[in-house]
Design a protein around this ligand. Structure first.
Ligand SMILES: *Cc1c(COP(=O)(O)O)cnc(C)c1O
Length: 402
């Protein structure tokens, strides 16, 4: 089918909730993709931080093919080895977490996190009033009702009210505001160490540590949304590990099964007591296909030390972008990021730069109109990264001469 007929069918048959990029991909390998016309692209988006091991990773194709021929789905009424293997491997990526629960997306993971936090506080701690979840300005936690209430952004909630009660938001980075917001009704603080949808806003390590300390002093739970920042992207297996904190619960999803839909939470032994048999459940959560793939994802990420790779390649991109910003004032406003989670903010509307890069065969994300968000697969090569930076710099030079 031609590109034009795909677009025509999309406009006819799909409920139009997405402003799509003008491209349809047909095939991928590693950090490269080919569109339906056979044109090659370098992928610096990874399906929004999802395909961290690249497209069609041979070991994942292998484990999926094997599992596909053995068994797909049995429900959570029975035990399965892929699910327990995945949980054991994930627990092995931390030095203080004990247990996992699996679901199917990032929003669902945050719903689970919120439910566990509330149930732990009200049933285990017996603090009936401690139900409020505090989040930060600029956050994004998902589109379902609880996650939407946590996100607290009017533009996303328009037309969907009433939202569930029990959510408060404070200014990110402002520790006094956090201290003032926590009271006897507070259940938990939930934050992203790097805010992705917010425009790649990196919270200060000291701020994150100060929030954790406040949570400990006031006896409220400290939770991290690792849906986008987790799984080696920021240069540690989990983004919270880059700040030296120990959250009570984290949520995960995007890169977990490298493109198969899967989410989950991980919690400490103590807080896991908040759920008992019947507290929560899902039909599809941790099916055999997604679990088998995710278990191998975790194994490969650790074996190949992809956290370190993200740190080194992230440095390479950010150092070069910052050097260019110095030598060519006015071309870049700010370079932000941690590992391979990078935002390059331009001084004005970046849409033309972004679309010219796409035209030149480089796929990245444009956020808030002026920030190029880079989330390349962690296996991207130095050559691909350098070629992208060459193209970006050439385009910015052209812009500054215009
Ligand atoms: C993408 C994202 C979500 C939502 O995940 P979905 O799978 O789209 O529901 C939640 N939190 C963060 C930080 C995200 O980046």
């Amino acid at each position: 089918m031609s590109y034009e007929s795909i677009v025509a069918d999309d406009q006819k048959y799909i409920i139009q909730t997405y402003g799509r990029y003008p491209v349809a991909f047909a095939r991928g390998e590693g950090a490269h993709m080919w569109d339906v016309n056979g044109r090659e692209y370098v992928d610096l988006l990874a399906g929004i931080a999802v395909t961290s091991l690249g497209h069609c990773h041979p070991e994942l194709v292998d484990v999926l093919s094997t599992q596909m021929q053995a068994l797909w789905h049995t429900s959570n009424l029975v035990y399965t080895e892929p699910q327990t293997e995945l949980a054991r491997r994930l627990v092995g990526t931390t030095d203080h977490m004990s247990r996992c629960f699996f679901c199917n997306s990032g929003a669902e993971a945050n719903e689970t996190l919120i439910k566990l936090a509330r149930r732990y506080m009200t049933r285990v701690k017996g603090r009936e009033e401690a139900v409020d979840i505090i989040t930060l300005s600029g956050c994004f936690h998902g589109r379902t009702f609880g996650a939407l209430a946590a996100t607290g952004r009017d533009s996303l909630a328009d037309g969907f009210r009433p939202l569930p009660a029990g959510f408060k938001q404070v200014e990110a980075g402002n520790i006094e505001a956090m201290a003032a917001a926590i009271d006897e009704k507070t259940c938990a603080v939930l934050l992203e160490v790097v805010q992705g949808e917010g425009g790649v806003i990196v919270l200060d390590d000291d701020y994150v540590r100060a929030v954790e300390k406040l949570c400990r002093e006031r006896d409220v739970l400290f939770c991290c949304d690792e849906v986008q920042a987790g799984m080696c992207r920021t240069g540690a297996f989990w983004a919270y590990q880059t700040c030296g904190v120990k959250p009570d619960i984290i949520s995960m999803a995007k890169a977990l099964a490298n493109g198969l839909p899967m989410g989950g939470i991980m919690a400490t032994e103590e807080v896991s007591r908040g759920f008992v048999a019947g507290s929560h459940g899902t039909t599809f959560g941790a099916g055999l296909l997604t679990s088998a793939v995710a278990a191998r994802v975790v194994e490969i990420m650790q074996r190949d030390n992809l956290a370190e790779r993200a740190r080194v390649l992230g440095r390479r991109i950010m150092d070069r972008a910052r050097a260019f910003m110095e030598t060519h004032p006015g071309t870049i406003r700010e370079v932000r990021g941690k590992g391979l989670f990078i935002g390059i903010e331009l001084p004005s509307d970046a849409h033309k730069v972004w679309s010219d890069l796409l035209e030149a065969g480089y796929l990245c994300n444009l956020c808030h109109g002026s920030t190029l968000r880079l989330l390349p697969p962690l296996i991207i090569t130095e050559d691909d990264v350098d070629a992208f930076m060459d193209a970006l710099e050439a385009r910015l030079l052209q812009e500054s001469r215009a």
